[in-house]
Ligand binder design. Structure first.
Ligand code: MCN
Ligand code: CUN
Length: 787
């Protein structure tokens, strides 16, 4: 029997089945496509077949003549409204519908609104677009060649494909450390373009009420409040007349952070037709046009003493951002949080330089549980540490243990300026090694190698920076990254908590109720979590970068603490004692020294709404709110160990084991945390072994279906082996750190390190993801087996 079956819903923290699953497993969720409004019309997007071409003409007459078509919108229509271009979350502009050129295959060119979805799709074929093809920039490493075609000639004075140059760390000092080091290892590494591929694709239903002027938009959004503000700023609509509703979301993984042209077209379509308009993209559209992840071309370097003290890390990056810089990350960090690539080690110096470039591919870059590009950072440093171990001929576990930060070094300021809040890294690595049986695995590997079998063991140790973020350092489009929360206890002692963040499967309806439960002693079953509706929740920037627990979770904890303090004043009036004489135990204030004399939160709630006379200045009722501005990010960490077997004949990799020890501080719901880790490990196996969004030389997308872009299933995944350590965050009100992206961040390096460890007898130093059978087989060719 599990703890949950034994105890039911816990008070406060503990394993508890997700409250939202009651509707999900019965098929009673409400996703965008479930939203049906009277008189609703349906939209479909015409997309560019070419990666780069000038638009000569668009003829929509035949489509408009279709008996079921109500309107056809082109870039020209939008231009008249000043809406042909929209701002991205990174201060760039993105075409809503193309006017001058198309810049990636799948780009939005026209929008048809018809009486049903089928007619809208049929009418797309009736639109005649004449294109003048242009050469496409597909290889990011060639985007800055002097003869490369300029993709963004829409931008005044733009004469190349450079988006930004950004650096972090001390270059001079790093060069000095490298010059004096005994050992320097360098390696080119590609973190390929991948896609988050949520099961529910993106979509919107827009309803502009011509009578009230109120616009309601149901959309797949991880950040409803931020979207509403952007709509208000861009379209000039009054913000109080816009309501954004994110209903149930079938997976986000960062894919649902940006505002997509389809959403804007649905809004314009509703304004133009006076009817609600629904637009839901299909799988190919999702894979080809929405936010991708990674696409980082890195040249890494690591320096150490001859006995393996790591001194410095440096990296040069070409970052492929696609045709529009549509990444979403705090303004001051054009490369996201990539510069935590200093990892979990005590370095003397570190430096990175990132050049962002435009290419003729879909925009994006920050998605797929990326922790604002900590995924790329962890992959880089953990591959480099393994390459160093290979160079020094030492065990990669031993090398890490020797260089990990020690507990007494926290809070620790890393070489690029981050202040890590807390951690016990050696304990986490030791636990992972114990669970894996590390020495026995190495002995087994030795025996197998002697028999010519290819077994590999890979380690990865990661530190993440999550919970963006402190207002003084972080904003998106000028909006500070604080989050609001409101807790209200009803007269009968049941409660409602309103939050600004938006679950896409993470279980917020359960865990946020548990946070309130922990503070007030009300059962989580009696606490309703309201989210995903801008008319019903306080402002905040939404869910991504695993920020919900670190920021919004803290806001909820503080608001609930304020409710508890208010309850104390009410209890003191009820008991006719001074508040100073009261003590709290779960769910109850009582008189110190007289435990019998007390009032439960339920009794206090009723009294707070009654005619009870309250002290001067206390208004009655029982509620409180908080806007939480985090003092720092939280720094979860973990140690992962992967065991693989590689088939020497075919190159096929089988993941035999994956041990994951995560430390996300205090765990609100260990069962949900484990679920988050399970999902992330599967994603890591997917990226390491099978996923890539590939393009041919003309910029044709080769990953437009699940036949081409592969998702890992239980067949490719082992039974995960999890462990936990708990190092509370010292600055978070309940000591919690984020965890939603940890396993996706940490696991790819473990899998890749394991495969390359298996290929060691062939002398293979490195091979880029995805390590498909073909890639592994190619890496082994022409290399004699050395046992
Ligand atoms: N949690 C906990 N104890 C902690 C930390 C977290 O119990 N110490 C719980 C939280 O209360 C929450 C869940 O774990 O229910 C994840 O919390 P958190 O780490 O705060 O992450 P977010 O809720 O902000 O979720 C975002 C994160 C991101 S950025 C991606 S990408 C991702 C991920 O979550 N997308 C997901 N996990 C996902 N899981 C599902 N099912 N679907 C997605 O789209
Ligand atoms: Cu980077 S994917 Mo999550 O932050 O939504």
């Amino acid at each position: 029997m599990t703890a949950v079956e034994e105890h039911g819903a816990p008070m406060g923290f503990g394993p508890m089945h997700r409250k939202e699953d009651a509707r999900f497993i019965r098929g009673r969720g409400t996703y965008i496509d479930d939203v049906q409004l009277p008189g609703m019309l349906h939209g479909a997007v015409l997309r560019s077949p070419l990666a780069h071409a000038r638009i000569v003409s668009i003829d929509t007459r035949a489509a408009e003549a279709h008996p079921k078509v109500r309107a056809v919108i082109t870039g020209q229509t939008l231009d008249g409204l000043g809406l042909a271009w929209m701002p991205t979350l990174s201060y760039d502009t993105q075409a809503v519908l193309a006017t001058d050129k198309v810049r990636f295959q799948g780009q939005e060119v026209a929008f048809v609104i018809a009486e049903d979805r089928y007619a809208a799709r049929d009418a797309l074929a009736l639109i005649d677009v004449e294109y003048e093809p242009l050469p496409a920039v597909v290889d990011a490493l060639k985007a800055l060649d002097p003869d490369a075609p300029v993709i963004r000639d829409d931008k005044d004075g733009k004469s190349d494909n450079r988006i930004f140059d950004w650096e972090s760390g001390d270059k001079a000092r790093t060069d000095e450390v490298f010059a004096q080091a005994d050992v320097v290892v360098e390696q080119d590494l590609l973190y390929p373009r991948v896609h988050p591929a949520p099961l529910e694709t993106c979509g919107a239903v827009a309803d502009m009420n011509p009578a009230t002027g109120k616009l309601t938009v149901w959309e797949t959004s991880q950040a409803p409040h931020a979207h509403r503000t952007v709509y208000a700023m861009v379209a000039g609509l009054p913000e109080q007349k816009i309501r954004v509703i994110s209903p149930d979301i079938g997976g986000g993984f960062g894919n649902k952070v940006p505002i997509y042209p389809g959403y804007v077209c649905a809004v314009v379509g509703s304004i133009v037709t006076g009817k609600p308009v629904k637009w839901v993209e299909d799988r190919a559209e999702n894979l080809m046009s929405t936010s991708f992840a990674r696409d980082y071309h890195m040249r890494g370097g690591i320096a150490s003493t001859k006995d393996g003290k790591i001194l410095g890390v440096r990296v040069e990056v070409i970052a492929d951002h696609g045709a529009f810089n549509g990444t979403a990350q705090p303004t001051k960090f054009p490369a996201g949080f990539f510069h935590v690539f200093t990892g979990s080690y005590d370095l003397r110096a570190a430096h990175c330089h990132v050049t962002g470039v435009y290419t003729n591919k879909a925009p994006g870059g920050v998605a797929y549980a990326c922790s604002f590009r900590v995924t790329e950072a962890v992959y880089l440093v953990e591959r480099m540490v393994d390459l160093l171990a290979r160079e020094l001929d030492v065990d990669p576990g031993e090398l890490r243990m020797k260089n990990l930060l020690r507990p007494e070094q926290f809070p620790y300021t890393c070489a690029t300026g981050w202040e890590y809040d807390s951690g016990d890294y050696p304990a986490a690595l030791q636990l992972a090694m114990d669970i894996a049986g590390y020495p026995e695995l190495r002995a087994e590997q030795q025996r197998r190698r002697e028999r010519g079998e290819l077994m590999g063991i890979g380690i990865s140790f990661f530190t993440e920076a999550v919970g963006a973020g402190p207002r003084k350092h972080m904003d998106i489009l000028g909006l500070g990254m604080a989050d609001g929360a409101e807790v209200r206890v009803h007269p009968t002692g049941k409660a409602v908590v309103r939050i600004s963040v938006q679950t896409q499967g993470q279980g917020h309806e359960t865990t946020f109720a548990q946070i309130v439960s922990d503070q007030l002693g009300i059962s989580p079953d009696d606490i309703e979590v309201v989210h995903g509706d801008t008319d019903q929740t306080p402002f905040g920037l939404g869910t991504y970068g695993s920020r919900s627990t670190p920021v919004s979770g803290a806001a909820v904890a503080v608001a609930a603490q304020r409710v508890r303090e208010r309850a104390k004043v009410v209890a003191s009036a009820m008991l006719e004692v001074s508040p100073d004489d009261l003590e709290w135990e779960s769910g109850r204030w009582f008189v110190r020294g007289d435990p019998e004399a007390g009032r439960t939160i339920g009794e206090i709630a009723l009294a707070a709404h009654s005619t009870l006379e309250l002290p001067e200045g206390v208004e009655g009722h029982l509620d409180a709110s908080c806007v939480y501005n985090p003092p720092n990010l939280t720094f979860p960490f973990g140690a992962y160990i992967c065991v693989v077997d590689v088939d020497g004949e075919t190159g096929k990799v089988a993941v035999r084991r994956l041990v994951a020890v995560d430390d996300c501080g205090v765990r609100i719901n260990p069962m949900i945390v484990e679920g988050q880790v399970h999902g992330g490990l599967a994603e890591g196996v997917g990226m390491a072994l099978m996923q890539v969004m590939a393009f041919d030389e003309e910029g044709n997308n080769l990953g437009g279906s699940f036949m081409d872009y592969l998702l890992p299933t239980s067949v490719e995944c082992p039974s995960w082996e999890l462990g936990a350590t708990v190092t509370p965050s010292p600055h978070h009100p309940i000591g919690a750190k984020g965890v939603g992206e940890s396993a996706t961040v940490g696991s790819p390096a473990a899998v890749v390190n394991a495969v390359l460890d298996a290929l060691k007898p062939y002398g293979v130093r490195h091979a880029d993801m995805p390590l498909t059978p073909a890639a592994v087989w190619r890496a082994m060719q022409g290399r004699p087996l050395r046992t």
